[in-house]
Design a protein around this ligand. Structure first.
Ligand SMILES: *[C@@H]1O[C@H](CO)[C@@H](O)[C@H](O)[C@H]1NC(C)=O
Ligand SMILES: *[C@@H]1O[C@H](CO)[C@@H](O)[C@H](O)[C@H]1NC(C)=O
Ligand SMILES: *[C@@H]1O[C@H](CO)[C@@H](O)[C@H](O)[C@H]1NC(C)=O
Ligand SMILES: *[C@@H]1O[C@H](CO)[C@@H](O)[C@H](O)[C@H]1NC(C)=O
Length: 298
């Protein structure tokens, strides 16, 4: 197997992983706010199916908060809760409407997320849905001065459009209910395994192809030599099969090496590591390009 072929393929892999890493480099408010007792949940995607008069009509996707209880992971076990609008809509002071275990729909802003959750819980709500003021989601963290966080109801942020259409439904129908659940992520993503297989398959094919073409070339070479020197043949055949064995070994080595490498990349995910990689792959790429040019021009 030609090491340069491998390097060329690695370029592609590197390009993919770099875009992933850069996506992970964005600093959120949750990176600055430290985890503390009662405020140390992982951010999970939350599914919120909407039921109108007993029929499930749509499903929104929100994000859970750093605080609050762990969410149910299965839809069939999640309770159906009636939704009501908060009055005032920011839920920073005790709502005027009477609540008896409903989920309460509030707007973001005017006070902290924890304050809203505590107000809603004290007023008798069983869940809090916060509508974001933007179309995307926001990771809800605790403020620096909120040392004791003890929220007993689930808090979910919905994007602005989802919140808006939920409000429209509530104006139209008298009986709007929701469920809140967060499906567990599988330990190993099927897509990850598939990508790994694809990468390994590509490398194996490439190495077999180059090993095969090397063998063809060796046979051709042998044929040419056969006319002139008959004795030379045996030692030369031996030489060509030796070349293929080395190729197989290095292919296996590469697969193991690349897998470890990808795992490391995934674990480290740091900027300097990527920079070193870019330099290393550039050197390999230039070398590969040079070989190609020499082969074409010769
Ligand atoms: C914040 O408070 C102001 C004044 O009470 C009010 O006009 C505004 O609508 C509130 N913001 C939200 C998001 O409810
Ligand atoms: C959304 O609300 C937050 C908190 O009140 C505020 O800092 C931010 O500027 C608002 N964003 C928009 C686009 O209104
Ligand atoms: C935290 O600080 C903000 C203003 O910086 C204040 O409005 C809020 O009441 C404080 N919260 C607590 C729990 O002290
Ligand atoms: C309101 O409900 C009626 C029937 O209950 C339906 O025909 C109409 O499309 C609904 N409007 C909106 C805006 O959802």
């Amino acid at each position: 197997m030609d090491l340069r072929t491998v390097l060329l393929y690695s370029h592609f892999a590197l390009f993919l992983s770099t875009s992933l890493v850069f996506a992970g480099d964005i600093v959120h408010q949750d990176d600055i706010a430290p985890k503390k007792p009662g405020c140390d949940n992982n951010f999970v995607l939350v599914k919120v199916p909407i039921w109108l008069d007993g029929v499930e009509v749509t499903q929104f996707v929100g994000i859970g908060a750093r605080f609050g209880p762990t969410l149910e992971s299965q839809e069939k076990r999640a309770d159906q809760i009636i939704v009501s609008l908060a009055d005032p809509p920011d839920c920073c002071s005790t709502p005027r409407n009477k609540l008896t275990g409903e989920a309460i729909l509030v707007h973001r802003g005017n006070c902290s997320f924890v304050t809203k959750a505590k107000v809603a819980e004290a007023a008798g709500a069983s869940a809090l849905l916060i509508i974001n003021n933007q179309t995307d989601l926001f990771k809800m963290v605790c403020e620096k001065n909120e040392t004791v966080v003890d929220v007993g109801i689930p808090v979910v942020m919905l994007p602005q459009d989802a919140g808006g259409s939920l409000k429209v439904s509530m104006k139209n129908s008298s009986h709007v209910s929701i469920q809140i659940y967060s499906p567990k992520r599988p330990l190993v993503d099927v897509a990850e395994v598939f990508l790994w297989l694809m990468a390994v398959g590509t490398v194996l094919c490439a190495s077999y192809w180059s090993a095969w073409s090397a063998r063809e070339a060796a046979i051709e070479h042998d044929k040419l030599l056969k006319d002139g020197f008959d004795e030379h043949l045996t030692s030369d055949t031996h030489h060509s099969s030796g070349l293929i064995e080395i190729n197989t070994a290095s292919a296996i080595f590469f697969v193991v090496f690349a897998s470890c490498f990808l795992v490391m990349l995934y674990k480290l995910m740091s900027y300097w590591f990527i920079e070193i990689l870019v330099v290393v792959f550039c050197i390999g790429g230039v070398e590969g390009l040079q070989t190609c040019l020499v082969a074409i021009l010769a």
